[in-house]
Design a protein around this ligand. Sequence first.
Ligand SMILES: NC(=O)c1ccc[n+]([C@@H]2O[C@H](COP(=O)([O-])OP(=O)(O)OC[C@H]3O[C@@H](n4cnc5c(N)ncnc54)[C@H](O)[C@@H]3O)[C@@H](O)[C@H]2O)c1
Length: 265
Amino acid sequence: MSDMTFDGMTVLMTGASGGFGKSATRMFAERGARLVLSDVNETALKAHAEALQADGFEVVTITGSVADEAHCQATVDLAMETFGRLDVAINNAGMSHNPGKVHEVDSARAQDTIQINLMGVFYGMKHQIPAMLAGHQADQQTRSILNLASLAGIGGAPTMSMYAAAKHGVVGLTKSAALEYARKGLRINCLCPSFARTPIVTEGLLDGSDEDAEKEKFLTRGIPMRRLAEPEEITQSMLWICDPKNSFMTGQAVALDGGTSAMGR
Ligand SMILES: NC(=O)c1ccc[n+]([C@@H]2O[C@H](COP(=O)([O-])OP(=O)(O)OC[C@H]3O[C@@H](n4cnc5c(N)ncnc54)[C@H](O)[C@@H]3O)[C@@H](O)[C@H]2O)c1
């Protein structure tokens, strides 16, 4: 971690004001990156950007949903117009549906889950890739895309079936795209965390009540380390995966799961 530098590089992050997004973008900025931040939550996005700017970091923001292709295109346009280059793109925005067995999942929410978690990554990559290919042709430096999948992208996830379906899609999309651009100066990987202590878990699956300790025990019962990940345990890997020195790694679905996938799920 200590010798990683993103000096002069532009890093684009979707879902930038959530748990992973906030933590990772600050780490990138502290290592020299200029930031293009997007999120659907305007208030949280502005607050995060202002905190970064107050510390002297270069940040631009754009509000919108990754489910909207025009927003994804506008985010890339903002990076190019503001900083003239796009070096790292992290398609991180995501949400889940109401927990429940397949017949209990609300259909509209299931559709949103696919549209945001899978189509949002596709729209992002579709517009990030041409800018990155052109940049590589101009300066021969390798660019990197990182998509946020999940452990639910490499194994079944009871009561989260459509989330798992979307995240399996992200893994397939990542691997396919990595093969398409392997000789074009573009590395494309995805990250597959198990439960981490961010709002998607603390507000979506826990609720701040006295029962949270029991619920957390239940959530982590299948994880060999028997605990949630802390956000920084995930986000430091986001930097490592995108580090230009990590130059031979592409097409990987990297599990950060306290050992869960080692059990042969
Ligand atoms: N925290 C975990 O346990 C965990 C585990 C595996 C994978 N992930 C994945 O990591 C990514 C980041 O999750 P997190 O833990 O930081 O969650 P989070 O809920 O803290 O943050 C998600 C962010 O995405 C934004 N967002 C939601 N819908 C959006 C949309 N349509 N368009 C743009 N932005 C939108 C939210 O406003 C929020 O800022 C997600 O893709 C999630 O599925 C999280």
